[in-house]
Design a protein around this ligand. Structure first.
Ligand SMILES: Cc1cc2nc3c(=O)[nH]c(=O)nc-3n(C[C@H](O)[C@H](O)[C@H](O)COP(=O)(O)OP(=O)(O)OC[C@H]3O[C@@H](n4cnc5c(N)ncnc54)[C@H](O)[C@@H]3O)c2cc1C
Ligand code: FES
Length: 283
């Protein structure tokens, strides 16, 4: 984990991007530490608020020269609704960078980047970095409807290999990102897939990539309370290097995991073979 900073970040702008809000924040010292896949947390509601927990958002872009970080916010509950109404000049309490970023290749690779909804947000900077290292990239960006896609034009500025998929057919192909996935992996001869989006999508993408013998890095989204490794609310069952399954913290051991190591079907339960799991009948 990169050393995170807690800072007061000034909102420079908020722009609507389809169903999302893109916040540009001035956060001195933060941007130079950020790598693609890191996330940030923001406090919401002010000091008197009953909204105790910080809200987590993937970093979309970081510009060390301008000392800015950008976040893409979907309105969900009270916290994200409030953030979506931020105005230039507002000051937000930010901690970043948090978590582990996507592993970057040493040299040129062919990588397919797969984003579901706002899951496209961290993939643009990742694509830029892979290209900077001489690699080749393709994108599949999917969402329920056209308005919930993110990053299509930015992806097209990086590569002609951009597939758009919507469940209702309002943009691109009709269906989900898994539909054209195998063909897209073959088309660019991808040796690695990087995916960010809802958990069922990540599970399905991992399965297809694994079936083709392609490594798949997944940026998961699990409910987080502290975001800094203390509370253990964000744990997932993951197989370790030693073959033993353990609960690991999404916020510090992740959010990026080798998809093949995540026990997707056991999420939400305590598998009996997990290290430290209670023996049958124990409570
Ligand atoms: C690593 C990561 C990256 C993310 N990136 C983005 C992004 O780029 N854009 C985006 O729009 N959203 C992103 N999210 C989702 C975003 O954090 C939620 O949409 C947001 O927290 C919702 O807050 P709310 O107040 O609007 O909703 P509410 O539902 O009112 O509040 C949710 C809050 O409660 C916490 N919470 C809920 N259930 C539990 C539980 N069982 N245990 C512990 N805490 C719980 C959540 O973590 C959150 O802090 C990301 C989440 C994670 C973990
Ligand atoms: S959210 Fe508290 S340990 Fe991960």
């Amino acid at each position: 984990m990169a050393h995170p900073l807690k800072t007061r970040a000034e909102v420079l702008s908020r722009t609507a991007e389809g169903a999302y809000h893109r916040l540009v924040l001035r956060a001195p010292g933060v941007a130079s530490r950020v790598r693609p896949g890191h996330f940030a947390t923001l406090a919401v509601g002010g000091p008197e608020s009953a909204l105790l927990l910080r809200r987590a958002f993937a970093v979309h872009r970081a510009d060390p020269a301008a000392e800015t970080v950008e976040l893409v916010i979907a309105e969900r509950g009270a916290g994200s609704r409030e953030l979506a109404r931020s105005r230039p000049g507002d000051v937000l309490d930010l901690i970043a960078p948090l978590g582990t970023p996507f592993p970057l290749p040493e040299g040129p690779v062919s990588a397919l980047l797969v984003g579901g909804g706002y899951g496209g947000a961290p993939l643009i900077a990742l694509g830029e970095e892979i290209k900077r290292r001489g690699g080749q990239i393709g994108f599949i960006l999917g969402a329920a409807t056209a308005g919930r896609l993110f990053g299509v034009e930015q992806a097209r500025a990086l590569t002609p290999d951009v597939l758009v998929v919507t469940e209702d057919g309002s943009a691109g192909l009709t269906g989900t990102v898994t539909g054209p996935l195998a063909q897209a992996i073959r088309a660019i001869d991808a040796s690695v897939v990087h995916a960010c989006g809802p958990m069922p999508m990540l599970r399905a993408v991992t399965g297809i990539a694994q079936g083709l013998g392609v490594r798949c890095w997944t940026a998961v989204e699990e409910a987080m309370a502290c975001g800094t490794g203390i509370c253990m609310t964000c744990v997932l069952p993951v197989v370790g290097e030693d073959g033993v399954s353990r609960f690991v913290r999404t916020c510090t051991d992740g959010p990026v995991f080798d998809g093949a190591k995540v026990r997707w079907k056991d999420i939400g339960s305590v598998p009996a073979d997990l290290h430290g799991a209670p023996a049958t009948g124990e409570h």
